[in-house]
Design a binder for this molecule. Structure first.
Ligand SMILES: [Zn+2]
Ligand SMILES: [Zn+2]
Length: 201
């Protein structure tokens, strides 16, 4: 599976991508919706305000090129770390602040292969997980696959912790455990402006 930004400065890949290693999901939460307005929200959100992601283990993700173009934004002090390209503002991935929680959600806008649709379904299986559906737009959207996903994600996290493979994470410095760039935490005003845009659609 190939990842990268729209302009091609950032290029990376996910090793051994399969339905076993990648969990396809759609998040309808307000934070993901608001974060889409950091750039062109139309490219990120579907007609119900869902963001499609491929969840996997960070050790499988690596960048061949342009890692220095990654920037990290958090909507609030406790928010997810939202990784985007600084060159062309492409949403790439979400991670948690704690590197020990070996989890990454690769946002569909940053996945260059397989392309969305038939090709992706064939390689990674269909998207069978919908979460935070209570804030879907023009719903209702059914919440599905939550238990299965939690189990899959947590077993990956536990395994990475036991084997120490959580340290292989391209978004973090392996020796210090710090993110490779200092995350920028939005101000209250900046965050409010994003929500205002979201509420006006
Ligand atoms: Zn770019
Ligand atoms: Zn979300």
């Amino acid at each position: 599976m190939k990842i990268g930004c729209e302009c091609g400065e950032i290029v990376g890949h996910v090793a051994n991508a399969s339905p076993k290693t990648v969990n396809r999901a759609k998040c309808y939460c307000r934070d993901c919706q608001a974060a889409a307005f950091l750039g062109d929200a139309n490219k990120v959100l579907d007609e119900h305000g869902g963001t499609q992601v491929c969840q996997t283990i960070p050790a499988l993700v690596s960048f061949e090129q342009g890692v220095e173009k990654l920037q990290c934004i958090r909507l609030s002090k406790n928010g997810l770390m939202r990784w985007r390209s600084s060159c062309c503002n492409t949403p790439i991935a979400n991670t948690l602040r704690d590197q020990k929680f070996a989890f990454v959600g690769l946002i569909h806008t940053g996945i260059t292969y397989p392309t969305m649709g038939e090709e992706r379904d064939k390689l990674l299986g269909p998207c069978v997980f919908n979460v935070n559906t209570q804030t879907a737009i023009n719903g209702p959207i059914k919440q599905v696959g939550v238990k299965r996903t939690i189990f899959k994600v947590l077993s990956g996290v536990v395994k990475a912790k036991l084997t120490g493979s959580y340290k292989q994470n391209p978004f973090f410095d392996s020796s210090t455990g710090d993110p490779i760039v200092e995350p920028r935490i939005l101000s209250k005003e900046e965050r409010a402006a994003l929500y205002e845009q979201l509420d006006s659609i």
